[in-house]
Design a protein around this ligand. Structure first.
Ligand code: PEP
Ligand code: MN
Length: 337
């Protein structure tokens, strides 16, 4: 349930009203203070709450029931966009297009450091690189694991780029201290125990949409993280399974404006896993920037034909440079900047 308070209310009256709600009903109250109004979000069992009685209270402007099962991720609970800001000042969702780039997998110190330097020079604000890899085949390269995370730390030390990398098991969390944004991959989007544990952290979580999951299921997975206290969730559209076989997945471009309408969380797009082929990355990245994505996560490799993972969809640093220029132009035009 959403309660919008009348503008310019005395704080004491608001506090008293919130206390009354908490003591009368089995609910918790989320307060969102905006420039023009204060919105209270009631979570829990609101069946006993009488809408008309609440609407008649002195401080109340309006009352609305929220039908959607996601509450904290819902834009109705938090009308303004959430902006994720890292200690180094890098942002996702602050009105600029955040570029996250790097190889599918960390392979060596030379590889990760050289890719990090190049993508930084082209405008990337974050470095991606998998250390724990979810592979379809148990015989395929599984990632450099702890060593890969150390190499990412070295690249971060050299370039200052914050690290975005995937966690596959909560047991590995102690290794993730120096990781800035923890990625939950498509295959783990509904690993609810993992989501709950990540919800206890105060670190941004990049949550990728599952291969066969709906937009609402993605929002419910975000809700799992947020319900535990961590409000820093970034949603990522990375393509879904359809009957189409020309591309690795089908980029659901409409998911971007739909998610941004339903939720206040930032939304980014991964054109690499969505398409599976390097020549499609640029047009899909441009499309994502045009429909209002807050960022892009792109696989860049210094030597794609010899990549240990996802070489076919990896672009070179030079291709990334061209792409970055084009997408920022499109983004600025569409945003009217
Ligand atoms: C990745 O980003 O490296 C990855 C494995 O992506 P996804 O979970 O979207 O398949
Ligand atoms: Mn990959």
């Amino acid at each position: 349930m959403i309660i919008v308070l009348k503008p310019q209310q005395n704080q004491e009256k608001i506090d008293h009203f919130i206390q009354k709600l908490i003591s009368s009903y089995d609910v918790t109250v989320n307060t969102w203070v905006g420039a023009h109004s204060t919105v209270l979000g009631l979570l829990g069992d609101t069946t006993a709450v009488d809408d008309e009685y609440i609407a008649a209270q002195d401080v109340v402007e309006s009352v609305r029931r929220v039908q959607e099962p996601y509450k904290k991720a819902n834009r109705k609970f938090h009308p303004e966009d959430t902006v994720i800001t890292l200690p180094g000042g890098q942002q996702i969702g602050g009105g600029a297009l955040a570029l996250i780039a790097g190889p599918c997998s960390v392979e060596s110190e030379a590889q990760i450091c050289s890719v990090a330097e190049s993508v930084k020079a082209s405008g990337a604000a974050f470095l991606r690189g998998g250390a724990f890899k979810p592979r379809t085949s148990p015989y395929a390269f599984q990632g450099m694991k702890a060593e890969g995370l150390q190499l990412l730390s070295q690249a971060k030390k050299k370039t200052g780029l914050p690290i975005v990398t995937e966690i596959m098991s909560i047991e590995h969390l102690p290794l993730f201290d120096n990781v800035d944004v923890i990625q939950v991959g498509a295959r783990n989007m509904q690993n609810f125990e993992l989501l709950k544990q990540l919800g206890k952290l105060q670190k941004p979580i990049l949550l990728k949409r599952g291969l066969a999951n709906t937009i609402e299921e993605l929002l419910m997975s975000a809700e799992y993280i947020m319900a535990e206290g961590n409000q820093q969730v970034i949603l990522c559209e990375r393509g879904i399974r359809t009957y189409e076989t020309m591309t690795r997945n089908t980029l659901d471009i409409s998911a971007v404006p739909v998610l941004k309408r339903l939720s206040h969380l930032p939304v980014i797009v991964d054109p690499s896993h969505a398409s599976g082929v390097s020549w499609l990355i640029e047009p899909l990245a441009i499309a994502a920037a045009a429909v209002g994505a807050d960022g892009l996560i792109i696989e860049v490799h210094n030597d794609p034909p010899h990549a240990l993972c996802d070489g076919a969809q990896s672009i070179t640093p030079a291709q990334f440079e061209t792409l970055a220029k084009k997408v920022s132009q499109v983004f600025r035009t569409v945003q009217g900047l």
